[in-house]
Design a protein around this ligand. Sequence first.
Ligand code: HDD
Length: 746
Amino acid sequence: MEAKKAVKKAAKKAAEKVAEALGDRVPGSPGSGTPTVDEPTTPVAPLPPKSEQDAPETVTPTGIPTGAPKVSKSQQGEFLTTAQGARLRDTDHSLKAGPRGPVLLQDHHFREKMTHFDHERIPERVVHARGAGAHGTFTAYGSATEVTKAGFLAKGKETEVFVRFSTVLGSRGSADTVRDTRGFATKFYTDEGTFDLVGNNIPVFFIQDAIKFPDIIHAAKWHPDREIPQAQSAHDTFWDFVSLHTEAQHHTMWNMSDRGIPRSYRHMEGFGVHTFRLVNAAGETVLAKFHWKPKLGVHSLDWEEAQIAAGVDPDFHRRDLYDSIEAGAFPEWELGLQVFPDSEEETFAGIDLLDATKIVPEELAPVQPVGKLVLTGVPTNFHAEVEQVAFHLGHLPPGIDVTNDPLLQGRLFSYVDTQLTRLGGPNYSQIPINRPHAPVNDMLRDGFHQHAVHGGVAPYRPNSLDGGNPFTTDTGFLDLPVRVAESAKVRENPVSFDDHYSQVRQFWLSMSPVEKEHIVRAYTFELAKCYEQAIKERQVQCLANIDPVLCEQVATGLGLPVPEPTVPLQDLEPSPVLSQVGGEWPADGRLIGIVVDPAAGLDGVAEVRTAIFNAGMVPLVIAPHGGEVDGVTVQRTFATARSIEFDAILLAGAPAPAPDAIPARDAKAGAEASVTVDPRVLLLVEEAWRHAKAIGAWAGGADVLAAAGIAGTPGVISADSGAAALTELQPLLAQHRVWPRFPATL
Ligand code: HDD
């Protein structure tokens, strides 16, 4: 009893001492500089968890329960805590020996906060570091069941997916619109295990054998001495490699075409590239290539537009993806298959199906649609989902198997291997975004970042201690018993891999004149950025082996002689489907800028905005200042708007130069101009015109067309009202660009 009293007395004395030391700095007391809420001395029940804070494995971002057990939960509730859940009084001041310090080592909250921050970053992907991802659903048409037993391709079956798009060469923070190949990787969380289709927007690859992957990437990425250029192929080492290693010429031609600068991820095709082997329920096999066909068609940026975007909005593609999903213009693709007989030679129409530098033209083997992908959910947390997602070509469900394509075979090693460094160990498939939606019952144990609490004592087979569990099953994944050719071990390619030029020429011959013009300009630009004369000359020799006109044009641009071809030119039948020009596609989610002149009033602007919304597009009002104009909300000002953001421009007025147009360039006055227009509006219109975008005007807007000197040119509309201008504009948008405006001389 006495002892208890003494303890109480000592505790009281200690408390008085603390109070005396703290004085008016008692947290929560007036003037203490710390929050005045009662918490945590008067605890209040934490708020119920917010639904979006549920563990990602239980509910997908589109709100569909995955049925997985609730094993982890992200942060929730009202009160700030330590990582251990202890509530905190203060997170703004270090614990110091008096207000002027020094800081005490014992400040465990400081150390926890800082240590965690210091380790927030993980290594970026060695390739495809820059990317964006989204959630969605794949719905199968059932048309593939004849050739594959994969359950997710059965009629009407819906499967959750996560897609990550990327560039290849740049670092995580690099610009989206650089000239490069784009990654198109899809994770299907199927009931029979995850299927990863890890493709690109280009159907061929630089190399035929994976052992050369480090070489092409070393050549294409920055120079090792100064780590420049960033996210560019326009430099010596890239062109050194592709001109010496001519199997790369086909992929390079695609890169130099408009496919290398997509308008957005929504406007890209995707290709599984390799040939896969499919097996149906009867055990019959076929060879097949996977294709993604965008609902909105394949469209590209203009090269100048891409360059401006890289500075003005480096996140152009990422923003487009997320904005379109949030606007309800859900990106959509059809998955299609090109199917070939599973012959012993593994060729089709003379094309070696194991050569990843070759396509099979769609005119020879049509792409048959087997399902639809719709992206509907943006990530909740970029790091947790987009950064940590890990794809692997070996993630295959029953019904889909690999072939002996030597590029594919090497990839089967690389993707798991790279995650060990990037995601810190072998348990990355337990990270929420990577967790299969099929039940998992493996015998993999322990390792860094092990999250599972495995029961049982016998993670081995056979066992008699865990009731023999788990069992194998005959319905599981079957490695197809494909015959392996009898041969000596060699480091050699088949002879059929030797043709490096015929399909490159076929691509060139399949392009429209304007696309050919763009290809010439791209090669000329990129090679002109090289310093080494020998490299330029060697690549020009490669162009001579593709086409004399292409070679002559580029050589002239570089000031080089035109060489003779060193291989016979082969004229394969052109494949018109490779061209982007000539079709019509939906304009869903396209951005229409509307320039207004507050001084002249906003006649017809509200009406045209509604009409744009109703057409499934997004209107953005551009005015001299922010806020509202005549009750209409302004989304962009003359200071923030740049032409690259808009797919078309409508002009509702001719705003005079505003005071903030400084540093003022002289407002340009066209020959017929009767008014002086704000120079930024003129720049906007001039760029839109140069990039072959549709431009419409009504009321005072027609004066801008006159001031820019573009009235009456193709794709420039002058109408009586905004609604009439929009009606004339829509067919132009369906064709993506006003093609006749590009000077095409080829
Ligand atoms: Fe690869 C990432 C696509 C050949 C090695 N690759 C990666 C990504 C895509 C592709 C889209 C990004 C995945 C993501 O978003 O996380 N890669 C391809 C295509 C190829 C190809 C379509 C040829 C047809 N790749 C290829 C080869 C190798 C690799 C030949 C090596 C043998 N790729 C990798 C990698 C990466 C990768 C190093 C880096 C990050 C990652 O895997 O997860 O393992």
